[in-house]
Design a binder for this molecule. Structure first.
Ligand code: PBG
Length: 325
């Protein structure tokens, strides 16, 4: 049966009909909101490269976390800045790091809010790479110890989940083993499983002061041109090593990867709408070229429709307000 009996537009006649026919719903329940913890006290400083985002000292971050939770958002993802950088990134596993102090402050004030901590050395090393450098290259196996110690420090501070974003091989297994041995068997691992060497991290690297001092991250993060099979293999390995939730990052330029991962794996899948994706929309909207709210919701809907259960996004607060407010 074809036209004129079949009319696809019947499903689009009214807002109510469109709502009924929609298969994709974005809700605050899906969101993870990234937050930046910095050393010091009394600090809530706007981040120049990322509209609407701030560096918070531990004493100020809890009030923000409370607001996030009151908007119906279940989780935050914490990034940290150190007081001092060194070659090994040692402040990453200090129990007095800005991140650990922030975790304790948030857990004291809003214990129900899930706190996920990003596990990576790039903000803590003086060369800006995600691991220990030996002979001009990031040494995979030496880096693993450091990452595991960082995850353990976060666990002791009370974090609910560790999210390794470094792209070293074997880090999920090493972190799992370290946490289990210390009796943190309930701490989850949210793995940045398919993470690409992307230009879209630009604004974040300003915010986290984590630009590599030499070279780039292509020796460990995935090649954007690699076939989707490589991403499936990355995800598979992380799951075998004990990842509970797996991520594709960035999100919008990699919807094909999200969609394939959705078909293949029955585990919670996260898409990270990264800083560059966020700032493209902010800037284009600021220039009056597109509607901020509509492009925000369309991009989040697309990431969800492609297969993500979890949306990590700097729009989380704004979108939650728009959807539920
Ligand atoms: C750390 C890390 C990065 C991001 C999350 N964790 C930067 C990078 O890999 O260079 C990017 C997040 C964003 O752009 O929003 N390795």
């Amino acid at each position: 049966m074809g036209f004129p009996e079949t009319r696809m537009r019947r499903l689009r006649v009214s807002a109510a009909m469109r709502r009924l026919a929609a298969g994709t719903r974005v809700s605050a329940d899906d969101f993870v909101y990234p937050l930046f913890a910095c050393p010091g006290e009394g600090i809530k400083e706007p981040i120049g490269s990322m509209e609407g985002c701030f560096h918070f000292s531990a004493d100020r971050i809890a009030e923000e976390a409370k607001l996030v939770y009151s908007l119906g958002i279940p989780a935050v993802l914490l990034f940290g800045l150190p007081i001092k950088k060194d070659a090994g990134g040692s402040e990453a596993w200090s129990e007095e790091s800005a991140v650990c102090r922030a975790v304790r402050a948030i857990k004291e004030c809003v214990p129900e809010l899930l706190v996920i901590t990003d596990i990576c050395l790039c903000a803590y090393t003086d060369h800006g790479h995600c691991g220990v450098v030996r002979d001009g290259r990031v040494d995979n196996d030496q880096t693993l110890q450091h990452l595991a110690r960082m995850a353990l420090a976060c666990a002791k501070a009370g974090a609910d989940a560790a999210a390794p974003s470094d792209m070293m091989d074997g880090r999920v297994g090493m972190i799992r083993q370290t946490l289990d041995e210390a009796d943190f068997t309930d701490m989850a691992i949210v793995s940045y499983a398919a993470k690409y060497a992307s230009a879209f991290y630009g604004p974040f690297r300003e915010a986290a002061d984590s630009r590599p001092g030499f070279g780039d991250r292509r020796g460990y993060q995935m090649d954007p041109a690699a076939g989707a099979g490589q991403a499936m293999r990355e995800i598979e390995l992380d799951l075998e090593e004990g990842a509970d939730i797996v991520m594709v990052k960035p999100a919008l330029p990699y919807l094909d990867i999200l969609s394939k991962a959705r078909q293949r794996f029955d585990v919670p899948l996260a898409g990270y709408q990264v800083s560059g994706e966020y700032m493209m929309i902010c800037h284009a909207a600021g220039a009056g070229l597109l509607s901020r709210q509509e492009s925000m919701m369309e991009s989040l809907t697309a990431i969800k429709r492609a297969g993500a259960d979890i949306l990590i996004t700097y729009f989380a607060k704004e979108a939650a307000e728009l959807i539920h407010g």
